[in-house]
Structures are given as structure tokens and as C-alpha cells.
Design a protein around this ligand. Structure first.
Ligand SMILES: NC(=O)c1ccc[n+]([C@@H]2O[C@H](COP(=O)([O-])OP(=O)(O)OC[C@H]3O[C@@H](n4cnc5c(N)ncnc54)[C@H](O)[C@@H]3O)[C@@H](O)[C@H]2O)c1
Ligand SMILES: [Zn+2]
Length: 700
């Protein structure tokens, strides 16, 4: 992400196009700061403004006085409460090179090197100034045009993190960002939908609308994070005021936190002080990586010269301080159209809607689908077909629709129809729970689930094609994959196109499947949220099916990568799968994992972190994180990727899909691409398939 250029600008061909662009930007910014109802997403707005800037540089004589460039809030807002000290915006950089140029420019201006940079998240909300008199919160003011803002003191008492009373009776001005957490946003949307059937487009505009709303019959909670504190009035010469003028920024934030104000400290993206541009860059990458999992929005990282002397000497431009910069992260939210909703039946009979979107690029990939959890979710969000919707995607997370952009509706939107019958088999729908299910449950998708269970990475029953499974289902010989183990020779022989030889082959393949390790048997069950690698981890951790079934949620969470939600889901699923599991046990299917630790197998271990490591000691790959990439060749040619990963784990290693500093070994097959390059860059040991096969020969 760091070397990605900023999004292309909007190219303006002539003076008329320029004038039109200025008007569009001014209107968008006015709506954005008024109540968050701009028709442009931030990326589109920023490209427009960059286009305006470029045009103005080439044609300085044509610059319109109301142009948004160089102004706080694009010149779109005004206020009537003067600020003690202007509340400015921030200049931007978009990549490592931009950051380096900016830092070097600042150091040139100061005539010395900057030895302390504070690096903190750029909260994606709106700026506010909070005035405290003798420890009491007395006034809240928006940023406005930077010199004066609007009084929004009516919101006092509704903002988490901005206490009405400080821990000490001081007079001080706190500056920071008001926003909504994901949970607050969901709650706000529900309240608004119940009230007038509409919703907020995203957390930022919900926060803007809420902060400025007058006479709303419902109250929505907000969240505050502070990023500055100053003497009040600025001419104050109390001891605190003197400290606020002379302390480094990072220590001022400690003072604010000590007074009971929320700051980035205590979040996974806490502010740090970095001594060099390389260290800043490293922190930017950490913050970017943490972004998708944060319960609140950030749209960048703010870097500030930490020391008061550096700040004072650098000063301000009309729009922004010269001692700070916003390192923008790629936008993770875009506006696009909801063109359809499809209903899919999962392997377990769950009927889930999925949104079909007009393709849009977000965070480096083209998004065409987004999750919609269930019918209630659609109703709660008030979605309609043809709606413009805000779509959120960051990193690897599945894209989700945040809300329809209600003010962009044209009147042509249509209600979303919900199925009356199971779209897979036509039978009824059990809608008694939020997640709908086909009344036939797992049997609705019997064919699909048996095909999955017999697949190469699960029971690997050779010669059992989907058409054969369908024949067995139609004949009533099987209803689930456990029934395969009870098949009689005569039954198989009675099928069309089934001779002696092929019957013998199929029955032999089923016999072999009876002895597969627990990891594969468990995977074959198709527990929701539990794929191949998680199944391997579970099997290695517990050692036996009995231990898995005896485990409670806490014990299951001891498995690496198993969160609270997943553990809860797994217990529910296992309860539901119990008859199938019992049938497999009765069929004599293997229920243990070779080589798994005995303590965990007995179900007595609560400390899951170490047992696999302990069990692995003495094995050739003990403690090593191993990545296999490219097409496997030589002695490994026959193995699927899953089988290679199983091999790695049998030999004591940890199979991983991506190369990082933690990777100990890369197995490079033919046409190994970017992972190999990355491993080379990181100095990771690289071996060929042949060399690897030799290392783990005893386990092949
Ligand atoms: N969609 C639209 O129509 C539209 C219109 C206008 C503006 N915008 C968006 O608004 C942004 C520009 O607005 P802006 O001028 O408010 O600038 P900005 O949001 O890019 O940066 C300045 C602001 O960052 C905030 N901030 C967050 N964390 C901070 C921290 N740790 N330290 C200091 N400040 C911090 C402060 O409120 C400060 O005022 C752009 O991203 C633009 O896309 C969108
Ligand atoms: Zn069905």
C-alpha cells in the first residue's frame, strides 16, 4: 500500500470545466460538513480537489475566489463562536516517498534534524474543541471555517471519552475528534430507521449529523478521542498553561489522559514517538494493518514534530500547521449501486442473502459482492434495489454494506424480495431465527455436503464422483456421508453402470477413508467457519473426537486462531452434527489424530499454546513456520497444497500461507512468484521440493 500513488485526479480541460468542478466541490463540502449528506465519497471529492489544484497551478489568473483549495473545510462552513487559536486542517502525503520529502522539507526549514516525531492515528470523524472551566465541561464548538465554529454544547453528556468533569479542577481546552464506533453506528441507524425509516450513510456522517442535530426525539451516543490540549485562555499563565506550552506533544497527551479524557492510548493504535522516518514508516504500516479490526474508523496516520520548540519555529500556513502531516491510507469506503440480491443455501441449509454491487475498486481490489447477513439485516438497513450504498472493505475482511445513501435516491428504487421457499430445493424456510434455514437442514444440500466430505482434502474417497453420489441418494442407500460406510456390496452393484471391478474399487476406497486421521474426518463434517487448516489445528490440539466433544467454549478457544464467536458457533454446530458423528463412530471411522499430544487428547489441557510445540520437539521442522508456494514437483508432485501443509505439520512445523519475518522456511515449487521474491528480500531460507522431501522423508 505504501508505494501506491494517490488516486488519479479529475482532469479539467478548460475554464468552464474548472468552474463547474469548483461549484461541485463547494456544494459537496457544504453538504458534507452540514450533515454528512454529500453525494461524493471522500475519494471522489479528493480527486476533484486535486484536479482543481492542478488547474489552478497552470492557470493562476483564473482562480475563483470561492475555490475550496487552501481553505479549512474547503471554505464551506462558517461559525459564530471564535476559536481561541485557529483550528486548522492538515496537509496530506500518500506514500513513503511523500513522507520523506515532507520531513526533509521541515528539517530544512528548521535548519536542524527533528529527533522526535509523534505518530498517531488519524481519527475519521469531525474536529471539536471542548472548553473546560475549573474541571467542568462548559462548551463544545465545531471547527467551522477554522477561525470560528458552531456551538454544539447540547451534545455534552452524550459523548463517551469526553467527561463532563475532569479528574482535576483545571481550566483547559481539549481538542479532538468526535466519531461513532461501529456499535454506536449500528444503534444510531436502528433508532433512526425506527423513527423515520431512513438511515445514516456511514459512521462519519452519522456523527456529523448527530452532533449538529437540534430537537431530535432520540439520542445517539458518540465517541471522542483527544489529540491536543491548550491553555484557556491562550494568554493564561498558570502552571498548567506554562506546561502545555512547553511540553512535547506526546506528553501533553499524557496530561489529557490523566485528566480523564480519552486519547489513542489504550487502543491498538496508540500514539508513539519515533526517532526517524524509517520508524515512522514502520508504525504507519502497523496502524494500517490494525485498521480493519478497529471498532472505529481511521483514515490515516498523523505525524507531528513532537517538541514544542520545533512546532513553534515551523509555524502555520493559512490552512494547516507546517509541523504536522496526514499520511492518508487508501480509502476503505466507496459509494456504489446495489444492483441485486441473491439468496444462497449453504452446506448446512442456511439461506443467506448476498448483495450484488456495481463493481467498485476498494483498498486495492474490485468489489462485486458484499455480505448481507440475513433478511432482518436488509430490513434494519432499509436497503432497496437500485440504492446507492456505502460499501466498506479493509484488508482481507469481507466487504459489507454500511447503509443506503438515502439522499441519493431517485424514486426508482424497488423493494428487495425475500424468497418464500428454499431456493435450492423448493421446500419450506424455517424463519424462526435471524439466520434462515431450509426446513430440510443439511439434507437440502446433501449432495453438495457429501461431495465435499468425499473430496481430496477431506476423506479423499477416490472414484466417488458426484454423479455416483446422486445415484446413491436417489436409490435411498445414503442420506449423509456416514451412510457410505454402511453400504453393502449388493447395493453398489445394483446401481446402473456399476460392475464388479468398479464396485470393488469404490468399496476399497471407502475402507481406506475409514482410517483417515481425525483432522480430515473433522474437516469432512463441514463445521461452519472451520476449513482445512483450522480442522488440522483442532485435531492436533485435542487429539480425539471424544476430547473435542467434551470441550467447552473456553477449551475450544485455546486452539490458535479460534475467537469467541467461532468457538460458540463450533459448539452449536457440533451439537447439531452429533447424530452424524455418532453414526461415524458406530461405523468404526478413525477418531484420533496420530502424533497429537496426550494431555490435550485427554481433554485436561487448558493451555493450548504450548502443547503442539511440546509435541513437536525433536521433529525436523519443530517450531518452524513453513510456507509452500508454486507448483509442487518431484517427490511432492502428487500432493495437494493441503497435503503438503499436513506434511509440514506432521513434521512438527506450522504451515502458513504468507511469508513474513516469522517465516523460517520457504518450499519453492515451480513458478514460485511473489512469495519467493519476498522470502529472498527477508533472507528466509528457501529449499526446492526435492530438498524439502529429504528433510521430512520420514513423514512423507
Ligand atoms: N465526500 C465529500 O463530499 C467531502 C467533502 C469535503 C471534505 N471531504 C473529506 O474531508 C477530508 C478533508 O477534510 P479536513 O479538512 O477536515 O481534513 P482532514 O480530515 O483530512 O484532516 C484534518 C483533520 O484531521 C482530524 N484529525 C484526526 N486525527 C487527528 C490527529 N491525531 N491529530 C490532528 N488532527 C487529527 C482533525 O479533525 C483535523 O481537523 C478529506 O478526506 C475529504 O475527502 C469529503
Ligand atoms: Zn432446501
Amino acid at each position: 500500500m505504501n508505494d501506491a500513488p494517490a488516486a488519479p485526479l479529475t482532469v479539467l480541460a478548460n475554464q468552464a470545466a474548472y468552474a463547474e468542478a469548483v461549484q461541485l466541490a463547494v456544494d459537496a463540502a457544504a453538504a458534507y460538513y452540514r450533515d454528512g449528506t454529500s453525494g461524493l465519497d471522500d475519494d471522489a471529492y479528493d480527486r476533484l480537489v486535486r484536479g482543481i489544484e492542478t488547474y489552478e497551478q497552470a492557470h493562476p489568473e483564473q482562480v475563483l475566489p470561492h475555490s475550496p483549495t487552501g481553505k479549512v473545510a474547503g471554505g464551506a462552513v462558517e461559525g459564530d463562536v471564535p476559536h481561541t487559536v485557529p483550528m486548522l486542517s492538515l496537509d496530506n502525503v500518500f506514500d513513503a516517498a511523500g513522507l520523506e520529502r515532507w520531513a526533509a522539507g521541515l528539517e530544512r526549514r528548521l535548519g536542524r534534524s527533528v529527533t522526535a516525531w509523534s505518530v498517531e492515528p488519524k481519527f475519521d470523524g469531525l474536529a471539536i474543541s471542548a472548553r473546560y472551566q475549573h474541571g467542568r465541561l462548559t462548551q463544545l464548538i465545531t471547527r467551522g471555517d477554522g477561525t470560528a465554529g458552531e456551538d454544539v454544547s447540547r451534545a455534552i453528556g452524550t459523548i463517551v471519552g469526553l467527561p463532563e468533569k475532569l479528574t482535576s479542577p483545571v481550566t483547559i481546552e481539549i481538542r479532538g475528534e468526535v466519531m461513532m464506533t461501529t456499535a454506536q453506528f449500528e444503534a444510531a441507524c436502528e433508532k433512526r430507521t425506527a423513527h423515520d425509516g431512513t438511515t445514516f450513510a456511514n459512521p462519519r456522517s452519522a456523527a456529523a449529523g448527530t452532533l449538529r442535530a437540534k430537537d431530535r426525539p432520540y439520542v445517539c451516543e458518540l465517541t471522542f478521542f483527544g489529540y491536543g490540549a491548550l491553555p484557556l485562555p491562550p494568554t493564561d499563565d498558570s502552571e498548567l498553561a506554562v506546561r502545555l506550552r512547553s511540553l512535547p506533544h506526546s506528553q501533553i497527551m499524557d496530561v489529557a489522559a490523566g485528566l480523564g479524557v480519552a486519547t489513542a492510548a489504550g487502543t491498538p493504535v496508540a500514539g508513539i514517538v519515533a526517532a526517524s522516518v524509517e520508524k515512522i514508516q514502520a508504525r504507519v504500516e502497523q496502524i494500517a494493518a490494525a485498521r480493519a479490526d478497529l471498532p472505529f474508523g481511521i483514515d490515516g496516520v498523523v505525524i507531528k514534530a513532537d517538541l514544542a520548540d520545533d512546532q513553534e519555529q515551523a509555524g502555520f500556513s493559512s490552512r494547516a500547521p507546517r509541523w504536522a502531516i496526514a499520511y492518508k491510507l487508501p480509502p476503505v469506503e466507496k459509494i456504489t449501486k446495489l444492483v441485486g440480491v441473491e439468496w444462497n443455501v449453504g452446506r448446512t441449509g442456511i439461506i443467506a442473502p448476498r448483495a450484488i454491487l456495481e463493481p467498485v475498486e476498494i483498498d486495492g481490489s474490485v468489489v462485486t459482492y458484499a455480505t448481507l447477513h440475513n433478511a432482518a439485516d436488509i430490513a434494519r438497513r432499509g436497503l432497496m434495489l437500485g440504492d446507492s450504498v456505502t460499501v466498506y472493505k479493509a484488508g482481507d475482511i469481507i466487504p459489507r454494506i454500511e447503509a443506503p445513501v438515502v439522499h441519493l435516491r431517485t424514486g426508482d428504487e424497488q423493494p428487495i424480495s425475500v424468497p418464500q421457499a428454499c431456493p435450492h430445493c423448493g421446500d419450506g424456510i424455517d424463519a424462526s431465527q435471524e439466520r434462515w434455514r431450509c426446513v430440510r437442514g443439511r439434507t437440502c444440500r446433501a449432495l453438495a455436503s457429501i461431495v465435499y466430505a468425499a473430496g481430496r482434502d477431506q476423506l479423499d474417497i477416490e472414484t466417488l464422483a458426484a454423479s455416483r453420489i446422486q445415484q446413491l441418494l436417489d436409490a435411498g442407500f445414503i442420506a449423509d456421508f456416514a451412510d457410505l460406510f454402511f453400504l453393502k456390496r449388493e447395493q453398489v452393484l445394483s446401481l446402473e453402470r456399476m460392475g464388479e471391478a468398479s464396485t470393488g474399487k469404490l468399496l476399497a476406497a471407502i475402507e481406506t477413508a475409514r482410517t483417515r486421521p481425525l483432522s480430515r474426518v473433522f474437516c469432512a463434517l463441514g463445521v461452519r467457519g472451520t476449513g482445512r487448516s483450522m480442522s488440522r489445528r483442532i485435531a492436533r490440539h485435542f487429539g480425539s473426537m471424544a476430547a473435542i466433544l467434551a470441550a467447552d467454549a473456553e477449551a475450544i478457544q485455546a486452539v490458535e486462531g479460534m475467537g469467541t464467536e467461532k468457538a460458540k458457533l463450533m459448539i452449536e454446530e457440533l451439537a447439531e452434527l452429533r447424530p452424524l458423528i455418532d453414526k461415524l463412530i458406530a461405523a468404526g471411522v478413525n477418531m484420533t489424530e496420530p502424533g497429537a499430544s496426550a494431555t490435550a487428547a485427554a481433554g485436561t489441557s487448558t493451555d493450548g499454546a504450548d502443547d503442539t510445540t511440546a509435541a513437536a520437539a525433536g521433529l525436523p521442522l519443530a517450531g518452524m513456520s513453513v510456507v509452500a508456494t508454486g507448483a509442487m514437483s518431484g517427490p511432492l508432485a502428487e500432493l495437494s497444497r493441503n497435503q503438503v501443509n499436513e506434511l509440514i505439520e506432521r513434521a512438527g512445523g506450522k504451515a502458513s500461507g504468507s511469508v513474513s519475518a516469522k517465516t523460517a522456511l520457504l518450499v519453492a515449487g515451480e513458478k514460485a512468484g511473489s512469495k519467493r521474491t519476498k522470502a529472498e528480500d527477508l533472507g528466509v531460507r528457501i529449499v526446492t521440493c526435492e530438498e524439502f522431501a529429504e528433510m521430512v522423508a520420514a513423514f512423507l
